[in-house]
Design a protein around this ligand. Sequence first.
Ligand SMILES: Nc1ncnc2c1ncn2[C@@H]1O[C@H](COP(=O)(O)OP(=O)(O)OP(=O)(O)O)[C@@H](O)[C@H]1O
Ligand SMILES: Nc1nc2c(c(=O)[nH]1)N[C@H]1C(S)=C(S)[C@@H](COP(=O)(O)O)O[C@H]1N2
Length: 182
Amino acid sequence: MTAPVKIGPVKIGIVTISDRASRGIYEDKGGPAINEELSRIISSPWVAEARVIPDELDLIASTLVELCDIAGCGLVVTTGGTGPAPRDMTPEATEQVCDKMMPGFGELMRSVSLRVVPTAILSRQTAGIRGSSLIVNLPGKPSAIHDCLDAVFPAIPYCLDLIGAGRIETDPEICVSFRPKS
Ligand SMILES: Nc1ncnc2c1ncn2[C@@H]1O[C@H](COP(=O)(O)OP(=O)(O)OP(=O)(O)O)[C@@H](O)[C@H]1O
Ligand SMILES: Nc1nc2c(c(=O)[nH]1)N[C@H]1C(S)=C(S)[C@@H](COP(=O)(O)O)O[C@H]1N2
Protein backbone atom coordinates (compact mmCIF):
# COMPACT_ATOMS: atom_id res chain seq x y z
CA MET A 1 0.00 0.00 0.00
CA THR A 2 1.27 3.48 -0.85
CA ALA A 3 1.25 6.29 1.72
CA PRO A 4 -1.07 9.35 1.35
CA VAL A 5 0.16 11.87 -1.24
CA LYS A 6 1.56 15.24 -0.03
CA ILE A 7 0.25 18.31 -1.87
CA GLY A 8 2.43 21.15 -3.22
CA PRO A 9 6.00 21.32 -4.52
CA VAL A 10 8.29 18.69 -3.11
CA LYS A 11 11.06 20.08 -0.91
CA ILE A 12 14.51 18.66 -1.55
CA GLY A 13 17.34 18.97 0.96
CA ILE A 14 20.81 19.43 -0.51
CA VAL A 15 23.56 18.90 2.07
CA THR A 16 27.24 19.50 1.38
CA ILE A 17 29.34 17.75 4.00
CA SER A 18 32.86 19.11 3.73
CA ASP A 19 35.24 20.52 6.33
CA ARG A 20 36.88 22.83 3.82
CA ALA A 21 33.77 24.02 1.94
CA SER A 22 32.02 24.75 5.26
CA ARG A 23 35.00 26.87 6.40
CA GLY A 24 35.16 28.72 3.08
CA ILE A 25 38.62 27.29 2.27
CA TYR A 26 37.17 26.31 -1.08
CA GLU A 27 33.97 27.28 -2.77
CA ASP A 28 31.24 24.64 -2.46
CA LYS A 29 30.77 23.14 -5.89
CA GLY A 30 28.85 20.05 -4.70
CA GLY A 31 25.60 21.69 -3.55
CA PRO A 32 25.23 23.79 -6.72
CA ALA A 33 26.04 20.70 -8.86
CA ILE A 34 23.24 18.74 -7.16
CA ASN A 35 20.83 21.65 -7.65
CA GLU A 36 21.76 21.86 -11.34
CA GLU A 37 21.38 18.12 -11.86
CA LEU A 38 17.98 18.00 -10.11
CA SER A 39 16.79 21.00 -12.16
CA ARG A 40 17.77 19.13 -15.32
CA ILE A 41 16.00 15.91 -14.31
CA ILE A 42 12.83 17.07 -12.48
CA SER A 43 10.08 18.71 -14.53
CA SER A 44 7.51 19.24 -11.73
CA PRO A 45 7.74 22.09 -9.15
CA TRP A 46 10.27 21.58 -6.33
CA VAL A 47 12.12 23.77 -3.87
CA ALA A 48 15.65 23.40 -2.53
CA GLU A 49 16.74 23.58 1.12
CA ALA A 50 20.55 23.81 1.01
CA ARG A 51 23.02 23.36 3.86
CA VAL A 52 26.83 23.33 4.00
CA ILE A 53 28.24 21.65 7.12
CA PRO A 54 31.53 20.12 8.37
CA ASP A 55 32.16 16.37 8.71
CA GLU A 56 30.75 16.12 12.28
CA LEU A 57 28.61 13.04 12.98
CA ASP A 58 26.17 14.76 15.36
CA LEU A 59 25.76 17.79 13.13
CA ILE A 60 25.18 15.64 10.04
CA ALA A 61 22.56 13.59 11.91
CA SER A 62 20.79 16.67 13.32
CA THR A 63 20.80 18.38 9.91
CA LEU A 64 19.24 15.31 8.29
CA VAL A 65 16.57 15.16 11.04
CA GLU A 66 15.83 18.88 10.68
CA LEU A 67 15.47 18.62 6.89
CA CYS A 68 13.22 15.55 7.08
CA ASP A 69 11.08 16.33 10.15
CA ILE A 70 10.95 20.12 10.35
CA ALA A 71 11.59 21.42 6.82
CA GLY A 72 9.51 18.50 5.44
CA CYS A 73 11.89 17.46 2.65
CA GLY A 74 10.65 14.41 0.72
CA LEU A 75 14.15 13.81 -0.61
CA VAL A 76 17.51 14.73 0.93
CA VAL A 77 20.68 14.39 -1.17
CA THR A 78 24.06 14.63 0.57
CA THR A 79 27.53 15.00 -0.94
CA GLY A 80 30.80 14.15 0.80
CA GLY A 81 32.03 12.22 3.78
CA THR A 82 31.38 8.74 2.37
CA GLY A 83 34.97 7.50 2.18
CA PRO A 84 37.29 5.64 4.57
CA ALA A 85 39.07 8.65 6.15
CA PRO A 86 38.63 9.14 9.91
CA ARG A 87 36.33 12.15 9.49
CA ASP A 88 34.13 10.53 6.78
CA MET A 89 30.96 9.81 8.78
CA THR A 90 28.05 10.52 6.42
CA PRO A 91 26.89 6.87 6.06
CA GLU A 92 27.00 6.45 9.86
CA ALA A 93 24.85 9.58 10.35
CA THR A 94 22.46 8.39 7.63
CA GLU A 95 22.07 4.97 9.26
CA GLN A 96 21.62 6.60 12.66
CA VAL A 97 18.59 8.63 11.53
CA CYS A 98 16.95 6.16 9.12
CA ASP A 99 14.21 3.66 9.96
CA LYS A 100 15.06 1.54 6.95
CA MET A 101 18.19 1.26 4.79
CA MET A 102 17.99 1.04 0.99
CA PRO A 103 21.29 -0.69 0.06
CA GLY A 104 20.45 -0.96 -3.65
CA PHE A 105 21.19 2.75 -4.10
CA GLY A 106 24.79 2.42 -2.92
CA GLU A 107 25.31 -0.78 -4.89
CA LEU A 108 24.15 0.79 -8.15
CA MET A 109 26.02 4.08 -7.65
CA ARG A 110 29.30 2.29 -6.88
CA SER A 111 28.88 0.03 -9.87
CA VAL A 112 28.25 2.97 -12.24
CA SER A 113 31.12 4.98 -10.69
CA LEU A 114 33.52 2.04 -11.15
CA ARG A 115 33.29 2.63 -14.90
CA VAL A 116 34.73 6.10 -14.22
CA VAL A 117 37.24 5.58 -11.35
CA PRO A 118 38.68 2.44 -9.73
CA THR A 119 38.48 4.19 -6.35
CA ALA A 120 34.65 4.12 -6.56
CA ILE A 121 34.77 1.15 -4.17
CA LEU A 122 36.12 3.48 -1.50
CA SER A 123 32.74 5.20 -1.19
CA ARG A 124 30.44 3.73 1.47
CA GLN A 125 27.56 5.85 0.11
CA THR A 126 24.14 4.53 1.05
CA ALA A 127 20.48 5.56 1.20
CA GLY A 128 17.62 5.13 3.61
CA ILE A 129 14.12 6.13 4.63
CA ARG A 130 13.29 8.35 7.58
CA GLY A 131 9.50 8.64 7.98
CA SER A 132 8.30 10.01 4.65
CA SER A 133 11.73 11.14 3.42
CA LEU A 134 14.36 9.41 1.31
CA ILE A 135 18.02 10.25 2.08
CA VAL A 136 20.64 9.51 -0.61
CA ASN A 137 24.42 9.91 -0.14
CA LEU A 138 26.71 10.93 -3.00
CA PRO A 139 30.53 11.10 -2.93
CA GLY A 140 32.21 14.48 -2.36
CA LYS A 141 33.83 14.82 -5.78
CA PRO A 142 31.51 17.21 -7.64
CA SER A 143 32.03 15.17 -10.84
CA ALA A 144 30.46 12.13 -9.12
CA ILE A 145 27.12 13.87 -8.76
CA HIS A 146 25.96 13.57 -12.34
CA ASP A 147 26.97 9.89 -12.67
CA CYS A 148 25.42 8.80 -9.40
CA LEU A 149 22.16 10.78 -9.55
CA ASP A 150 21.50 9.80 -13.17
CA ALA A 151 21.94 6.14 -12.27
CA VAL A 152 19.49 6.01 -9.37
CA PHE A 153 16.98 8.68 -10.34
CA PRO A 154 14.66 6.45 -12.47
CA ALA A 155 13.65 4.66 -9.23
CA ILE A 156 13.33 7.73 -7.00
CA PRO A 157 9.84 9.03 -7.99
CA TYR A 158 8.24 5.63 -7.29
CA CYS A 159 10.15 5.34 -4.01
CA LEU A 160 8.81 8.79 -3.01
CA ASP A 161 5.26 7.66 -3.95
CA LEU A 162 5.59 4.57 -1.76
CA ILE A 163 6.69 6.51 1.33
CA GLY A 164 4.29 9.45 0.87
CA ALA A 165 7.06 11.96 0.20
CA GLY A 166 5.20 13.76 -2.59
CA ARG A 167 4.94 13.28 -6.32
CA ILE A 168 7.69 14.31 -8.71
CA GLU A 169 7.78 14.07 -12.49
CA THR A 170 10.93 13.82 -14.58
CA ASP A 171 11.76 15.13 -18.04
CA PRO A 172 11.62 11.91 -20.12
CA GLU A 173 14.30 13.24 -22.47
CA ILE A 174 16.73 13.26 -19.51
CA CYS A 175 15.43 10.53 -17.18
CA VAL A 176 12.56 8.08 -17.60
CA SER A 177 11.12 7.41 -14.17
CA PHE A 178 9.67 3.93 -13.71
CA ARG A 179 6.37 3.54 -11.83
CA PRO A 180 5.42 -0.16 -12.03
CA LYS A 181 1.89 0.42 -10.73
CA SER A 182 0.91 3.46 -12.85
N1 LIG B 1 31.84 20.60 -1.71
C1 LIG B 1 32.91 20.56 -2.51
N2 LIG B 1 33.13 21.58 -3.38
C2 LIG B 1 34.20 21.54 -4.20
N3 LIG B 1 35.08 20.53 -4.25
C3 LIG B 1 34.91 19.52 -3.40
C4 LIG B 1 33.82 19.48 -2.48
N4 LIG B 1 33.90 18.35 -1.75
C5 LIG B 1 34.99 17.72 -2.20
N5 LIG B 1 35.59 18.41 -3.18
C6 LIG B 1 36.79 18.01 -3.93
O1 LIG B 1 36.86 16.60 -3.99
C7 LIG B 1 38.01 16.12 -3.29
C8 LIG B 1 37.68 14.85 -2.55
O2 LIG B 1 36.60 15.10 -1.66
P1 LIG B 1 36.60 14.63 -0.15
O3 LIG B 1 35.17 14.63 0.32
O4 LIG B 1 37.36 13.33 -0.03
O5 LIG B 1 37.34 15.79 0.58
P2 LIG B 1 38.03 15.71 1.95
O6 LIG B 1 39.48 15.40 1.72
O7 LIG B 1 37.26 14.83 2.89
O8 LIG B 1 37.97 17.22 2.46
P3 LIG B 1 36.77 18.18 2.88
O9 LIG B 1 35.89 17.48 3.88
O10 LIG B 1 37.48 19.32 3.50
O11 LIG B 1 36.04 18.56 1.62
C9 LIG B 1 38.44 17.29 -2.40
O12 LIG B 1 39.80 17.24 -2.10
C10 LIG B 1 38.06 18.48 -3.25
O13 LIG B 1 39.01 18.72 -4.25
N1 LIG C 1 31.62 8.72 -9.53
C1 LIG C 1 32.63 8.85 -8.65
N2 LIG C 1 32.60 8.14 -7.52
C2 LIG C 1 33.60 8.26 -6.62
C3 LIG C 1 34.68 9.14 -6.86
C4 LIG C 1 34.69 9.89 -8.06
O1 LIG C 1 35.59 10.69 -8.34
N3 LIG C 1 33.65 9.72 -8.94
N4 LIG C 1 35.69 9.22 -5.92
C5 LIG C 1 35.89 8.05 -5.09
C6 LIG C 1 36.83 8.32 -4.00
S1 LIG C 1 38.43 8.67 -4.46
C7 LIG C 1 36.47 8.28 -2.68
S2 LIG C 1 37.64 8.40 -1.44
C8 LIG C 1 35.09 7.97 -2.29
C9 LIG C 1 34.58 8.73 -1.09
O2 LIG C 1 34.53 10.11 -1.32
P1 LIG C 1 33.93 11.13 -0.25
O3 LIG C 1 34.59 10.86 1.06
O4 LIG C 1 34.28 12.46 -0.84
O5 LIG C 1 32.44 10.94 -0.18
O6 LIG C 1 34.20 8.17 -3.38
C10 LIG C 1 34.60 7.48 -4.54
N5 LIG C 1 33.54 7.51 -5.49
